[in-house]
Design a protein around this ligand. Structure first.
Ligand SMILES: [Zn+2]
Length: 167
């Protein structure tokens, strides 16, 4: 049973799950500085990835270690109270993450997951460089085979301007 009040839980979750989190901003700033262009929180792809780089057919998730249950990570420590509640909740998140990665991959998208702990000061630069490296590799790989029609369709969908909230 969850013993947090609705308000407490909301605060707790928004702190972890919020868009424009500091780790996400670090990744964005780095990529932008390197000339990578992206869209944010794409509404029409599974799980609204944090960053979508269409040119690389790649989505990037910047995951909070607690919320997404980073295995073996210092920052993934279940609270002493309501442990069952949190464990189940995080297991569900992990299952959903895996399903979404699989869906995206079926649609021809590459997924890069960056963990919050990989953006701590001592390891940040190395992590960011490895993202850039992965993107270059993906770009080369993508251009060595033709796209399927479904992939082409999904790319067009990703490129269309937002029409949400209009008309
Ligand atoms: Zn971690």
């Amino acid at each position: 049973m969850d013993k947090l009040t609705k308000e407490q839980r909301h605060r707790c979750m928004s702190a972890i799950k919020g868009k424009n989190t500091k780790p996400e901003l670090m990744v964005r700033k780095f990529l932008f500085g390197r000339g990578f262009r992206y869209r944010l929180n794409h509404p029409r792809l599974p799980r609204h990835p944090n960053l979508v780089l269409r040119k690389y057919r790649t989505v990037i998730f910047v995951n909070g270690c607690f919320w997404h249950g980073h295995e073996g990570c210092w920052y993934y420590v279940l609270p002493k109270s309501n442990t069952d509640f949190w464990q189940k909740k995080i297991e569900r998140n992990k299952t959903r993450d895996a399903e979404d990665r699989r869906k995206l991959s079926t649609l021809g998208w590459h997924c890069i997951t960056v963990w919050e702990c990989q953006l701590k000061p001592q390891v940040r630069q190395q992590t960011l460089e490895s993202i850039a490296h992965a993107l270059y590799r993906i770009f080369i790989q993508n251009h060595s085979r033709p796209y399927t029609s479904e992939e082409q369709h999904m790319q067009r969908v990703a490129e269309e301007p937002e029409t949400y909230g209009r008309n």
